[in-house]
Ligand binder design. Structure first.
Ligand SMILES: Cc1cc2nc3c(=O)[nH]c(=O)nc-3n(C[C@H](O)[C@H](O)[C@H](O)COP(=O)(O)OP(=O)(O)OC[C@H]3O[C@@H](n4cnc5c(N)ncnc54)[C@H](O)[C@@H]3O)c2cc1C
Length: 423
């Protein structure tokens, strides 16, 4: 059996692992258009800050591939899939045949329409999605650099954190009225924003960059839609990502925002699977099909696809949105449906920047935000994913910090046994 995987990151690597766990003999080839082996994408901001060195960026060692007899072709772009001949054509003119194919192509930065912006020419304008982006950006910074970041989502804020202390100023611009607007309510976002501002990072909300000025190869000013002009030595565009679906689309595979797959990670074309940030997942809480761009989701979908490519039938685990991040030492965990601040239970201790926000609907926990409260995140997450009826618990979860004692005795014993691997 010949397995071919496009994309050598969370989804692709775990797929290869899943295949090899079930098929010791088949040939496995992974192709990647990046020049580096698989690395921890979430680590790129730590590389930028100097907290993680290049040798610690890698997600899997060379030995991982060797010991499993997996061939990796770096700097290789898949350009076309010929579904009839079961071949992938690369930009270098190679034809790679397959019996089973996985598309694990992730996503690419979205570049907004901004007057005079041209990333192919302007050497001080960056996106922040790859290790290469981080290396290039690191080379560009000098102590007096004034940095402007378009986008106050996870990636923009992580870029700001990575640059902190190495440049003269950082200003983050966003059209929304708060940081991480797609995943946080205003109360939670204000705590995060306040903490980041203490580290001398400025925010400008409800505005966007509409024009840039400078020389042919540089940007030195950005003009905002509110009329302000900012000096700028480095501009980072972090306004969102789009799933890489063109390859699949061209091959006639069904797509919407992402590639459409079933619960076995099969696409609409026989013997072609897809996993990770390039696919639409069904959010178990809303039942909506959406992109859940999460490392853990990509990994488990990749592993599921790998198993199924060998003929073992397993379903991908149910998923919902979840983020566990730290910004300048502040721990944030958010999961599920966050809703608006008003409609939910809020427990805060503003002196310690602590917040525990639970979104309860129809006797079930459907989402939460924990800021500097992470020790109980596992229990809250289990309450969501198990769809536990809160009225069956020992006490009201909004009344105090919860522990395992929230479960009735029998349930608690089961959980402890499962946790210890008991039978
Ligand atoms: C700064 C940053 C911080 C993050 N922090 C977190 C976090 O804290 N928690 C979390 O859960 N997630 C985080 N994420 C998101 C997480 O990294 C992604 O969800 C995850 O990497 C998705 O894995 P994937 O394998 O689906 O795709 P990707 O990691 O995007 O990998 C896809 C690979 O396929 C390659 N490729 C694409 N097209 C082709 C082609 N035609 N031919 C060959 N190769 C191709 C790409 O170059 C890439 O190497 C973060 C992301 C960033 C950028």
């Amino acid at each position: 059996m010949k397995y071919l995987i496009i994309g050598n990151s969370a989804a692709g690597v775990n797929a290869a692992d899943g295949i090899r766990a079930n098929d010791k003999k088949g040939s496995i080839t992974i192709i990647s258009n990046e020049e580096f082996g698989a690395y921890g994408r979430p680590l790129i901001s730590y590389y930028l800050s100097g907290k993680v060195r290049s040798e610690s960026m890698y997600y899997r060692s060379e030995d991982f591939y060797k010991s499993r007899n997996i061939e990796v072709l770096l700097n290789t772009e898949a350009e076309e899939i010929d579904v009839k001949k079961k071949e992938v054509l690369t930009a270098g003119g190679k034809k790679l045949s397959y019996d089973k194919l996985l598309i694990a192509t992730g996503s690419s930065p979205f570049i907004p329409l901004v007057k005079n912006l041209d990333l192919s020419k302007q050497e001080n304008v960056f996106t922040f999605l790859t290790y290469k982006d981080s290396i290039k950006l690191k080379k560009q910074i000098i102590g007096k650099s004034k940095v402007v970041i378009a986008g106050a989502g996870l990636i923009g804020l992580k870029a700001a954190e990575g640059l902190f202390g190495q440049v003269s100023s950082i200003t983050v611009i966003d059209l929304a009225d708060r940081v991480m607007a797609s995943v946080l309510d205003k109360t939670s976002a204000d705590i995060i924003q306040g903490h980041i501002e203490q580290n001398d990072i400025d925010f400008k909300f409800q505005t966007s960059i509409c024009e840039v000025h400078g020389g042919e190869r540089n940007v030195n000013k950005v003009v905002l839609s509110n009329g302000e002009t900012l000096d700028c030595d480095i501009l980072i565009i972090a306004v969102g990502v789009r799933p890489n679906i063109n390859l699949a689309k061209k091959a006639g595979i069904k797509t919407a925002k992402g590639i459409i797959v079933d619960e076995y990670m099969r696409t609409s074309v026989k013997d072609i699977y897809a996993a990770g940030d390039c696919v639409e997942s069904v959010d178990m809480l809303s039942n909506e099909s959406k992109i859940l761009a999460l490392w853990t989701n990509a990994s488990s979908q990749g592993e599921t696809a790998g198993f199924n490519m060998t003929g073992t039938e397993i379903k991908a685990p149910a998923a919902f949105a979840m983020n566990a991040i730290s910004f300048f030492g502040l721990q944030l965990i958010s999961a599920g449906v966050i809703g608006t601040s008003k409609s939910n239970e809020i427990v805060t201790d503003s002196a310690e920047n602590k917040l525990r926000r639970l979104n309860i609907s129809n006797d079930k926990l459907v989402g939460f935000v924990l800021i500097n409260y992470n020790q109980r995140a596992g229990i809250y997450t289990a309450l969501i994913s198990d769809r536990t009826k809160l009225s069956t618990l020992e006490y009201d979860i909004t009344s105090k910090d919860i522990g395992l004692d929230v479960y009735p005795k029998e349930e608690r014993t089961k959980k402890i046994w499962n946790h210890k691997g008991g039978c």
